[in-house]
Design a protein around this ligand. Structure first.
Ligand code: MN
Ligand code: MN
Length: 311
């Protein structure tokens, strides 16, 4: 699919500005609900739209925690701030982790995922564009860099720090209105022989003091549209129409829908899920219950150029 470069770069720029803002408002004791709402409002203020609900996952929850409309949780622990911006479906995805416990171990864990991300990007910068056929015959798949090599540098970096990468979470390719478009960037050397090609990708290493795997946890209240077949109740139909128009196939959350329709929207969401219109994501929890850190950037790979859009 053709990607719109100017929209991709603009989404990246907004993401980067919102990240700087987010770093100033995520503090111990602040309600997660306020943090998410402020981050999402800032995205809109700067001319973008949230590519998905702002995730604020704490400690052993690796991903997919977004506050519900009545969430009372206060920020604490090792918190992953994962949000994204889209412009007409062209996405930027990023995350950073903060230690709100003043814990040495948290800080080391955060450095490990940050360093893994930076080493992965360095590897891509050094090897992707330069691996091209110099006779101007480069094809989209004409790179010498294997996805498993990116996974390998992530794994090695995290293990050197004394932690484990999470093996069943990975980076991903992105297409218009498709946050996870099919190609995965592993966080370990998965030995597969797939090469990196041009396109838009999120790279996102996770480091943990635990065993390095996640399992499904509770329902997250984060959904995406799967099917537009008509549901029975008029309210569910109305909510479905809103979702289609407002979010297309990008993830959204119950909090956003409650804001529009009130708490009766929760019934409609259940109906739409049961009817197969919506898929609801689970929270992702480290299996041994140990802390997880995450770092993420979006990169645009062109024939002869690597651009970190969210830097
Ligand atoms: Mn993300
Ligand atoms: Mn991502």
């Amino acid at each position: 699919m053709e990607l719109d470069k100017s929209k991709i770069l603009e989404a990246g720029k907004i993401t980067s500005d919102v990240r700087a803002y987010a770093r100033t408002i995520v503090k111990s004791g602040i309600p997660l609900l306020d943090i998410s709402e402020k981050i999402e409002a800032k995205i809109i203020e700067l001319g973008g739209k949230p590519a998905f609900p702002c995730n604020l996952s704490i400690n052993e929850i690796a991903a997919h925690y977004t506050p519900s409309h009545d969430d009372k949780t206060l920020a604490h622990g090792l918190i992953k701030v994962d949000f994204g911006v889209h412009i007409d479906g062209y996405t930027a995805d990023n995350s950073f982790s903060l230690d709100l416990d003043n814990s040495e171990e948290n800080k080391k864990l955060i450095s490990a995922s940050e360093e893994a991300l930076s080493n992965a990007i360095k590897l891509i910068e050094n090897k992707f564009a330069k691996g091209k056929n110099v006779n101007n015959k480069s094809r989209p798949d004409d790179s010498n860099l294997k996805l498993s090599e990116i996974g390998s540098v992530i794994q090695t970096t995290i293990e050197k720090s004394g932690f484990s990468p999470i093996i069943n979470l990975s980076g991903h390719s992105m297409e218009q209105y498709e946050l996870h478009a099919g190609i995965t960037i592993p966080n370990i050397d998965d030995k597969r022989n797939i090469k990196l090609s041009e396109g838009l990708y999120a790279i996102e290493p996770f480091a943990t003091t635990g065993s390095g795997k996640i399992r499904d946890g509770r329902s997250s209240g984060i959904y995406n549209l799967e099917d537009t077949k008509k549901p029975r109740s008029p309210l569910a139909r109305e909510v479905l129409e809103f979702i289609e128009k407002e979010y297309n196939t990008l993830p959204f959350c119950s909090r956003w829908v409650v804001k529009k329709f009130g708490t009766r929207a929760l019934f409609a969401l259940s109906e739409l899920e049961a009817n197969g219109n919506l898929h609801q994501f689970n929270q992702l929890v480290e299996v041994s219950g140990n802390k997880v850190s995450q770092a993420e950037h979006t990169i645009l790979l062109e024939k002869d150029k690597v651009i970190v859009t969210t830097l």
